[in-house]
Unconditional design. Structure first.
Length: 575
């Protein structure tokens, strides 16, 4: 039996824990891994994809995990790569998305005492006192691999932690000398998921499900608020069924997944405040920020029931939303339990009362649809194309199964309202506060679902943060045709609006100086995001006027249908 290096057993261990892909940005610390990879036969798992920027690699792994609910691996270069991956770690942590972040570690042997000892200048400058501190606030677990003899057990532990509810990123460093160490193969063993795997959240006690069902049937105006229950594709239809059978309105607050069919009569939009007016019972279902307190004055008078796989919100130093019944559980399972309990308790009188309530939704739903349709008809003009019109035009050409990734920031409302998705798994967004999520996430979603179109809508500020050259280089290298639509308002509208909220009559408002414009206005200025995509073989379109909008979208979709990535740069209403 041949003995191998630790690197060999790390790669086999990744296969054993179910890693399909390693999104890699390699360096001098990975030489033993690279040497072992050179011996791989075609088709061996995991597949290594080279990604030119770590931010894209992290979000690519995140997009794949959002689609499959299985964490993947990202391999980065020492502290420098960890630093570049930190924003992705933040976003995935806030989104409860599993990923195994692996970083090489600068050699500790200075004088050639061990294989892998320092042989390069950078080995001195890439050795910080506490490499894990770079991502510690954004990971569930961290570890430095001490020996090849425990490599497979450590990897199984990493997988168990990252995929246990609530899931999230984990971090492991791999010292170069440890990777180069030769270990005796007979002493290596595997650690199966059946004995060492993740712990999943379950349901609630029958009496708790009965209590929730009774409260729903007794309520005069129940409202549910959800954000990420759609991570489980079985949850949205369960929520819709419960809403219809109890007369409960559903609001999606900062949704990161599709939580209910947005054509459902129960769906009440994306702002909880107005819907909560007069409500007597609220359900918080997998949601972090259901509303802003100043915008929901009736919330304090309501009874609140929370069902969440992370009900304690342990990663939030402060949270601030009162609940009368708090259940840490798998929301899809609880919805199924409550729906069964409701059906066992609903009599004819209750059905008639609920039917009347549901019929009363027709008018507000029609009014909301009319407002959205009207906004979609506002085409705008030269260098000021209406963002709602852009999204409405795109909606007319998308198929129900096409995937939308939303990182439009100040134009998020246009994306949500105009691109009304209906099927689970067709809408994704960033739960974190770090821009630059969508490009990599779109690539990961396309990798997980190669037969589906993936369209990412971003603001121009977001586009800068997303390392777009890396996005389109990766799309080209691995045949991942995505469409990116840049809604270019020439700056950071969120910065301007935040300033106006605090200082509506301040000097910045008086002088229109918000330090947020990313265009100077000089006559010779060039601002062409489409050319960045074209530099890596993608199809590019640039629009200054609304007249050619439908045709430009059609050309972009034809490009991705033909296997070529595309970018549509639209100059929308400026900030």
């Amino acid at each position: 039996m041949t003995d191998h290096t630790t690197a060999h057993h790390v790669l086999r261990g990744l296969d054993e824990i179910g890693i399909d892909y390693v999104f890699a940005n390699l360096g001098t610390d990975h030489v033993s891994l690279i040497e072992d990879m050179a011996d791989w036969e075609e088709g061996r798992r995991p597949t290594v994809l080279l990604v030119p920027h770590e931010n894209v690699a992290m979000h690519m792994a995140g997009g794949y995990a959002m689609a499959t609910r299985r964490g993947q691996a990202v391999l980065v270069h020492v502290d420098a790569g960890t630093a570049n991956a930190a924003m992705g770690a933040h976003n995935l942590f806030r989104g409860r998305i599993p990923v195994l972040l692996l970083a090489g570690k600068a050699p500790f042997a200075l004088h050639g005492e061990l294989p892998g000892a320092r042989d390069n200048y950078v080995h001195y400058v890439q050795d910080p006192f506490d490499i894990a501190s770079v991502v510690r606030p954004y990971v569930k677990w961290e570890y430095t691999l001490p020996s090849g003899y425990v490599a497979k057990e450590a990897l199984r532990r990493a997988q168990a932690v990252m995929e246990s509810d609530p899931p999230g990123p984990v971090y492991m460093t791999l010292p170069r000398e440890v990777l180069a160490e030769t270990v005796e193969t007979p002493r290596i063993r595997s650690f199966g998921a059946e004995g060492y795997g993740p712990v999943r959240a379950g349901g609630v006690a029958p009496e708790v499900a009965a209590e929730i069902a009774t409260a729903l049937l007794a309520a005069e105006k129940p409202v549910a608020v959800a954000s990420y229950l759609g991570r489980d594709s079985e949850a949205p239809p369960l929520l819709e069924a419960l809403a219809r059978e109890t007369g409960m309105r559903v609001v999606e607050a900062n949704p990161t997944y599709l939580n209910i069919d947005r054509a459902s009569p129960a769906f009440a939009g994306f702002e909880a405040g107005p819907v909560l007016a007069g409500a007597d019972l609220g359900l918080l279902l997998d949601v972090d920020v259901p509303f802003l307190h100043g915008q929901a004055p009736d919330a304090d008078a309501m009874r609140w029931i929370q069902v969440d796989m992370d009900a304690g919100k342990r990663a939030f130093p402060m949270w601030g939303f009162r609940t009368d019944l708090r259940c840490e559980a798998d929301t899809a399972t609880v919805l199924r339990q409550v729906l069964e309990a409701v059906r066992g308790r609903t009599d004819e009188a209750a059905r008639a009362r609920i039917a009347g309530r549901v019929a009363g939704w027709d008018a507000p739903n029609a009014s909301r649809r009319d407002r959205i349709a009207g906004a979609g008809l506002s085409l705008g003009g030269e260098d000021a194309i209406g963002p709602d019109a852009v999204c409405a035009a795109l909606a007319r050409q998308l198929r129900p199964e096409d995937v939308v990734v939303n990182e439009a920031i100040r134009n998020t409302g246009a994306v949500l309202n105009q691109l009304a998705r209906s099927l689970p798994g067709t809408y994704f967004a960033n739960a974190g506060g770090g821009l630059g999520f969508s490009g990599g996430a779109a690539l990961g979603l396309k990798l997980a679902g190669p037969d589906r179109r993936v369209v990412a809508l971003v603001g121009d500020g977001t586009f800068h943060f997303s390392a777009p050259d890396s996005v389109f280089a990766t799309a080209q290298q691995y045949g991942l045709p995505i469409l990116v639509v840049v809604l270019d308002n020439r700056g950071w509208s969120a910065v301007k609006q935040a300033t106006l909220r605090m200082y509506p009559k301040g000097r910045a408002a008086e002088t229109d100086r918000f330090q947020s414009r990313l265009e100077s206005g000089r006559q010779d200025e060039v601002r062409r995001f489409d050319r960045i995509a074209e530099a890596f073989g993608a199809h590019g379109e640039y629009l200054r006027e609304p007249a050619g909008l439908d045709q430009a979208i059609a050309r972009c979709l034809a490009a991705i249908d033909g296997g070529r990535a595309a970018l549509l740069h639209v100059r929308v209403t400026p900030l």
